[in-house]
Design a protein around this ligand. Structure first.
Ligand code: FAD
Length: 468
């Protein structure tokens, strides 16, 4: 980085919050996805004013700026693919105010999501979006990826809860969108535009999020299936029965084996799939609902059904699901996580396509996820040093995307487009849909300095490339 630029940065940020050493920059060269890219400099701003000045300077000198929360993105969101500066936003965590009267929380972007859950709970309120990474990920990352988790089935995703933002634009202005009111139709809905924009349209420096009353009670059960596809039919039967579970999670046999290998939890090694289903609401209503869901599973071939009678039993059921991510990383050094999502009635068809892809390429393809909302998580466990296998992985990933789109679904339910899925945007949105999105990006960020190399494919990039 040029000396005069470093000197100008030094006027905005003290030296102890700027990092140029290789070892320090290396820590910001990766996320939880695939690929490594070194930034030229890492900066830790503390407030919107500092960010505004940094972005104005970057815009003037056309330096790429990469906003970053905890770096748990599974789509390459914070990766500095074109070098430049990484803005580590985790020091923006001073504000977490629960406004009980208005049922809102006002938060800084670096606050860890689980802290919001905890503070809302202490106030008798509930913030539903619950990505599995919520103990580590920041609310800023959640907002920009529009994250969700098991509770998305009943309560929706992050975007349903964000009603106001403070944003530093790519040209350095500080703007406010939305506000504290649940209803707001003043002008274009810039809040919704920013949420899920993967850090390409602005840097969020504060958010107002909606909280809801805490459900009175919840009940959970687990069902084992000897045939994977039967679990898919059970999911669609439950969802068309008039019951809306608060969570409906799937683990396939490879996940079951991985968890048993990692943290033995008494899971059935012979089962092809496990469903974990939770309902919440009035105690009398959920008693009836949980029994009905259990009956539907039995009717669809479940070999075993167990309703948790105590909180301890409930936690045991959930802990097996929570071990899946760490457990499958033990199966190989490289994990390619996808989150193609299909309409609910296509869940069994997508399950079949995934099995066919796994068998065709003979890959270690495991499936788990928030199956109730069609958001399956096919993960390929491989080793990026094995070039022959990586070629097969590239083809398999492409086929997963194609299958999801053919079944009327989407490339990404919650992890975002980032670097990997960009060549497929046109397949889902059509050429004109992509052009309209590019026009929005150009209007906000005329010099393309904010998170360049994301969402939109590079010229000539037509397919997934895992090997460079
Ligand atoms: C084990 C594991 C489990 C996961 N489970 C889930 C899950 O259940 N559901 C789910 O949706 N995701 C899940 N994820 C993915 C990931 O945790 C989420 O995408 C999360 O929201 C990322 O938050 P982060 O703080 O790590 O953000 P980062 O990864 O650092 O950044 C994510 C994106 O947001 C941008 N960004 C971050 N902060 C700001 C800001 N303040 N302003 C502008 N741009 C910003 C970055 O540029 C990047 O594009 C999981 C990841 C892991 C590793």
């Amino acid at each position: 980085m040029k000396k005069e630029i470093l000197a100008a940065l030094g006027q905005i940020i003290p030296q102890e919050r700027m990092f140029l050493d290789l070892a320090e920059r290396y820590c910001y060269s990766y996320d939880a996805s695939f690929g490594e890219y070194l930034p030229e400099i890492v900066i830790q701003p503390k407030n919107a004013k500092e960010i505004s000045e940094l972005v104005k300077m970057a815009n003037l000198h056309k330096i790429p700026v990469y906003p970053r929360g905890s770096g748990t993105s599974l789509s390459g969101g914070p990766l500095p693919v074109k070098g430049g500066m990484v803005l580590d936003l985790t020091l923006l965590r001073d504000k977490l105010f629960i406004d009980r009267e208005n049922m809102l929380a006002i938060v800084s972007p670096g606050v860890i999501t689980a802290t919001i859950h905890q503070k809302a709970d202490e106030a008798g309120l509930f913030y539903p979006p619950d990505p599995s990474s919520s103990n580590v990920a920041t609310i800023g990352g959640n907002l920009l990826e529009n994250s969700s988790g098991p509770k998305g089935l009943k309560y929706g995703t992050t975007k349903e809860y964000v009603i106001g933002l403070e944003v530093v634009t790519p040209t350095g202005e500080i703007i406010r969108t939305g506000g504290k009111t649940v209803k707001n139709v003043t002008g274009y809905d810039l809040t919704r535009l920013i949420v899920g924009s993967e850090g390409t349209l602005g840097i969020v420096t504060e958010a107002i999020i909606r909280l809801i009353p805490k459900p009175q009670s919840q009940k959970t059960f687990v069902a084992h299936f000897n045939h994977f596809i039967d679990s898919g039919h059970a999911i669609t039967s439950i969802l068309s029965s008039g019951i809306l579970p608060s969570a409906l999670e799937l683990m396939d046999n490879a996940c079951i084996r991985a968890v048993e290998n990692y943290r033995p939890s008494g899971l059935p090694l012979q089962a092809e799939a496990i469903l974990i289903i939770e309902v919440d609401g009035h105690p009398l209503a959920i008693e009836e609902e949980i029994n009905k869901c259990a009956d539907i599973c039995k009717d669809n071939g479940a070999s075993y059904v167990k309703i948790a009678e105590t909180e301890e039993e409930r936690q045991t059921i959930w802990s097996a699901r929570k071990w899946v991510s760490p457990a499958i990383t033990q199966m190989g050094p490289t994990k390619i996580s996808e989150d193609a999502t299909v309409p609910r009635n296509q869940i069994p068809a997508m399950m079949e396509r995934l099995q066919q892809i796994r068998d065709k390429y003979e890959l270690n393809l495991v499936v788990f996820g928030h199956a109730g909302d069609g958001n399956l998580h096919p993960n390929i466990i491989t080793d990026k040093r094995n070039k022959a296998e990586m070629k097969k992985v590239e083809l398999a990933v492409s086929e997963i995307f194609e299958a999801a789109i053919e079944l009327g679904g989407t490339l990404s339910g919650e992890h975002g487009i980032g670097t990997l899925k960009s060549p497929y945007m046109e397949m889902e949105l059509g050429a004109n849909g992509v052009i309209m999105m590019k026009k929005i990006k150009e209007a906000w960020d005329p010099n393309n300095i904010l998170n360049p190399g994301k969402i939109f494919a590079e010229k000539g990039q037509t397919k997934v490339v895992l090997l460079t």
